[in-house]
Structure formats: C-alpha cells, structure tokens
Design a protein around this ligand. Structure first.
Ligand SMILES: Nc1ncnc2c1ncn2[C@@H]1O[C@H](COP(=O)(O)OP(=O)(O)OP(=O)(O)O)[C@@H](O)[C@H]1O
Length: 598
C-alpha cells in the first residue's frame, strides 16, 4: 500500500546537512560555468564560420539586427534558461520551424527548343514589302479578291505564315505537316494569315466534308471570323458554317448536314467556325456529325480558348478525332488520310507555358513570333508586343474623381470613337448614365455589355463603327479580337489586373498600321502594381485639379440624375444586373428547350 501513499504536504522532509547543501550548490555553479563556456565557444565558432563565407553565400539578414551583436549579461537570470545547444554541426539537417532563411537563386526557365527559336516576324506595319501580286503561290482569284478589298501588300505575319502553310500543304504527300503557333500583336492581320491558305488548300476538293474547324472563345469573334471566310470564299464552291449557340440547336443541326438513307451523313459545310461549348453539343448529340476528314484545326485567341474548360471541349474533340480517324484499315491508301489535322494556333498573347501547349499534343510545332527571345522576354518586359503605332499613357487620379477625370480628359482632347473599359456590367451602366448627364447632347455615350444580347448589341456596335456613337462604354467581353474600324482611343477606366487584359484592351485601337491612344486611369494604390504589370515606362498625363473643382455643381447634378435613374430601374426591374441574370436564364432555357426537342 505504501506505493500509493502520496506525500502531499511533505510533513516528513528528509534532513539535509550543511555539507551536502554546499556540495550541491558547487555542482550547480560548475554546471552553469561549463554552459557559459560552451556558449562562448559556440558563438566564436559561428563568427569564424561567417567570416570564411563568401559574400553571396551569407544569409540575408536585416542590417540593423546584424549590427547589434548580442552581449551576454552577467546579471542573474530569473527566467528559465534554454539548455545549451549540443556541439554538433546541423548544417546538413533541415530544422523544422527554423526562422533563418537563405535566399534561393532563381531557377531559370528552360523552354523547349521550338519555343525559344521562333521564326521572327517583324511588327512594323509601315514599311510593307510583300506585294500581294508577287505571291504567286496564292491563287489568282484570291489575289484579285484581296485587291478588290483594298489590300495591296501583305502584313509581315501574313507574308511569313501564308507561304509556309501553302508549302506545307503541298508536301503532305511526303511528310505530315508541322503544327504552327503564331504570336503577333493585336491588329496585325492574323485572321487572313489562316483564312487564305485554308481556303486555297480546300478549294481542290470535290466532295463536301468538314475539313477545317475554327474555334473561337466568343460568339462575336466567331461571327467576325465567319464573315472573313465568307468574304474570301465568294468565288469558290466552299461552304462556311457558323455554330455558336446564337440560334436554336435544331436550326444549327439542319445547317450542318443531314442523314441520307443511301449515303449516310451528308455534310453541307466545308469550313466550320464555332465556339467550344456548341461544338461539344453537336459532337454529342447531332446524329452523324463527324470530323473524320478534318485537315485543319485552327484555334484563334488560342490562349483564351485553352483556358476554357467549358464542357471539357478538348477532351471530347480529341476523343472524337482519334476515334473517327483510327477506324480506317491501315494500308498505303489510308495512311495518308490518317494524318491528324494540322493545328494552327493564333494569339497576340500566346501562352509560353509548355504545359498548357502540351495539352494540344502538337506535332513538331513551329513558332512564328514577334518576340525574339522567349526565354528572357518575361524579365525584359517584352513578353508580348504592342503595335508600334500605339501611344500608351496613364492618368493618376483619386478613386472618387475618376468619372470627372474621364469626362475632363475626353473633353480636353476632343475625343470621339473612344472605347472605355470597365470591370463590371454595373460600373459600365452607371458610368454611361453619369457621362450622359455630364456631356448632355455634346457627345453620344452608349454602353455594351454581355447583358445586352443579339441585335441590340450588334446595332450599337455598328452605330459606333459608323461614328454615330462617340464614347462606347463596355466590359472586357469586347476586349479580345473584335475588329472595329478607326477606334481613336481606348480608356481603361478600371485598371487591368492582368497583362493579357491590358494588351487586348489597348489592341482595339492602333490596328492595321493606324495610330491610336491608350489611356489607363490609375489611383494611387494601384500605381506600383500597374507599373510592375507593364514592365516598361509610359508617360503620365495630368488632368488639372482646378479644372475639376469648377465642375462641382455639374457633377452633383449628374450624380443625382444617376441615383434617380438607377432607383427607377430597380423599381421597374430593369437594373443591368437583373437584366444580365434574365439574359443568362433565357439562354439556359433556350438550350434546355433545344435538348428536350431532340
Ligand atoms: N494586308 C493587309 N492590309 C491592310 N489591312 C489589313 C491587311 N490584313 C488585315 N488587314 C486589316 O487589319 C485589321 C486587323 O486584322 P485582324 O483582325 O486579322 O488582326 P488580328 O491580328 O487578328 O488582331 P487581334 O489580335 O486583335 O485579333 C482588319 O481590319 C483587317 O481587315
């Protein structure tokens, strides 16, 4: 039982003699002295080690802390002391939770050979040398078409890519054509660089089958490319189709082809322009629809399309192509037909991420680019090129005064044909009402955003192109690829967060060799981030604060008008956000209706 007796109060303390007490104290003092000596030796070793290190190997520490060497104090310590560190070399161990960090040397990105050695394209659209009439590889009828559209010289990207594609198509009997990636500035004529050689290559066929598939990220862009194909196929027997979801699914199915009892699926289309989502819809649900004869797979705005995971389009497309092409019996005749379609990727901001490109399983890819050294382009700020004719500026202003600064800037510069980009549908709507209140009838201000659909959106864009609208306020849905003639200025009312957004926004002006101005409104907190994003110096434009002060009354009036209008719209359920939700709902119902009709 003694084992379980707890001596709580220590009534029976063992007796300790004075000698024993002295002996114990001596032991403790000796131990303290030994530890002190150990600490001193340890510190001296560390000092010695630091002295022998090369400067670049020294751990980076705050100089202020470094200069205040820790002095051991002789005062008695009241706190519990840490045990002395054992005298072992810990440099080869990773100490979990250790606060010391050494600066790691930056790992250099190593890109595949084909990405680092592009065929360099000039981005100069002022001194053109490639005459249309001299490019004999291109059919006379196409050259005549170009001339009648006022094109006498090819832009550099066209002068490089068109002959390359024509040649590679000629050689398909002896070798599979290489896939190509083209990275050239906005407005440099990339569309014709693929439209013309594809038309020429497909003209020879006498049967109708989908032989070229063009993928785009949005309906509007697909429509634009469709129009280009239409324009240059006028004198040919080629048929171009467009499937983007703008029309009912069943209508699109009828446009694509039909199933004949004797011939199976009969295609009505040679070149199909589409968005990824709708393509997957037809691959899954349209009876007989096949890409078994595909010769070209073109992805315009490729970086954007590759970011789209909608409906897992790439997986379905690859699965379909490999299934339909592997079905044939392998012999000398079918070998030629078994080749995968030649893939052509285009963008002003083509991804240099090999992992993303890898997803497309490109065959011996060849890169055409205006950026000479892709490996160091990111560091030097030259990742993407902007047109030479573009003047870039920024205005530093406070957040609250942005609408007034924009108004003053447009008025002072006498700007018309100006696109203003904001970050949301709501800001677009509010800014339009505010600017309308400020400009009154002096300038016509309108808005387009994804909340507006179909004809009204097309109508507004057409009016802007004709010059009937002076300032068009919009969201980023209009930032990519859209080719609007004669835009004088692009204003980024909301500073872009990403370089790609900036490049595409400013690319709506200074197209096809014309000059243009791009202005970004930046508030103080955004300035550093904006400059880091651009990685280059651009000029600041000042807007006089005094000038703004005189506008106080006018601004107040416009603000109360804005409040009144928005309030009214909310009451009537016409608010832009509500409208957008309605539009999305309507679109979903349309798709569901089409699916249930099958
Ligand atoms: N050789 C040419 N001569 C004159 N104009 C041309 C020529 N080629 C194309 N264009 C015109 O240049 C404009 C821009 O062309 P395109 O839309 O193909 O540019 P892009 O490089 O695709 O631009 P983005 O990257 O913004 O999509 C179009 O209006 C087109 O008609």
């Amino acid at each position: 039982m003694e084992l379980f007796v707890i001596n709580r109060h220590g009534e029976e303390k063992p007796e300790i003699t004075k000698e024993e007490e002295k002996e114990k104290l001596d032991k403790i003092l000796k131990r303290v002295e030994r530890k002190k000596q150990q600490r001193i030796r340890q510190r001296e070793r560390e000092k010695e080690k630091r002295r022998t290190l090369k400067p670049e190997e020294k751990p980076q520490t705050d100089p202020q802390i470094d200069s205040q060497e820790y002095e051991p104090t002789e005062e008695p310590r009241t706190k519990v002391q840490k045990p002395a560190e054992p005298n072992v070399d810990l440099s080869s161990f990773t100490i979990l939770g250790a606060t010391t960090s050494t600066k790691k040397t930056k790992a250099n990105r190593v890109l595949p050979q084909w990405l680092t050695n592009p065929a360099v394209i000039s981005s100069d659209l002022q001194t053109l040398t490639a005459k249309v009439s001299k490019m004999k590889q291109l059919d006379k009828s196409i050259r005549n078409q170009l001339k009648s559209n006022g094109i006498k010289y090819f832009f550099p990207v066209q002068a490089e890519v068109i002959p390359y594609l024509l040649q590679s198509q000629k050689e398909t009997d002896i070798m599979f054509p290489r896939d190509i990636c083209v990275s050239a500035p906005t407005g440099s004529g990339k569309t014709l660089a693929f439209v013309l050689p594809v038309i020429q290559a497909l003209k020879k066929h006498t049967t109708r089958k989908i032989r070229a598939l063009v993928l785009l990220p949005t309906q509007d862009l697909a429509e634009q490319v469709f129009k280009s194909f239409k324009q240059y196929t006028q004198d040919t027997a080629l048929e171009v189709g467009l499937i983007t979801g703008k029309h009912l699914f069943t209508i699109e199915q009828k446009q694509l082809g039909y199933v004949s009892p004797s011939f199976g699926y009969v295609s009505k289309i040679d070149v199909l322009v589409c968005t990824a989502g709708r393509l997957v819809g037809h691959l899954k649900s349209t009876e007989g629809f096949t890409l078994s004869s595909l010769e070209f797979l073109i992805i315009d705005e490729a970086d954007r399309v590759l970011e789209t995971v909608q409906d897992d389009w790439l997986y379905h497309l690859e699965k379909h192509i490999s299934r339909v092409q592997n079905r044939k019996v392998l012999n000398l005749c079918t070998l030629q037909k078994q080749r995968s379609p030649q893939k052509l990727l285009f963008s002003a901001t083509l991804t240099q991420d090999p992992e993303k490109i890898e997803k497309l399983s490109l065959f011996q890819p060849k890169l055409f680019s205006c950026v000479v050294d892709s490996n160091h382009a990111e560091d030097s700020g030259g990742k993407y090129t902007t047109p030479h004719e573009l003047t870039e500026k920024y205005v530093l202003c406070s957040k609250d005064l942005k609408p007034l600064v924009l108004y003053t800037f447009i008025k002072r510069e006498g700007l018309t044909k100006t696109i203003v980009f904001t970050h949301s549908v709501e800001t677009t709507h509010r800014l339009k009402i505010l600017l309308q209140g400020l400009f009154k009838s002096k300038l016509k201000v309108e808005e387009v955003s994804s909340s507006l659909r179909g004809k009204s959106r097309d109508g507004l864009i057409a009016s802007f192109t004709k010059g009937e609208i002076d300032v068009l306020i919009c969201t980023d849905f209009l930032a990519r690829g859209i080719d609007l003639a004669g835009v004088r200025c692009v204003v980024s009312y909301s500073a872009p967060k990403y370089l790609k957004t900036y490049i595409h926004r400013v690319g709506r002006t200074a197209r096809a060799g014309e000059s243009g101005l791009a202005v970004t409104l930046v508030h103080n907190e955004q300035l550093t981030a904006f400059k880091t994003l651009l990685k280059k110096e651009i000029d600041e434009v000042k807007v006089d604060e005094e000038e703004l002060e005189t506008l106080g009354k006018k601004y107040k009036k416009a603000l109360s008008k804005l409040k009144e209008t928005v309030g009214k719209e909310e009451k009537e359920g016409r608010n832009s956000v509500i409208l957008k939700k309605k539009a999305v709902k309507k679109r979903k119902t349309k798709v569901n209706q089409a699916k249930s009709a099958e």
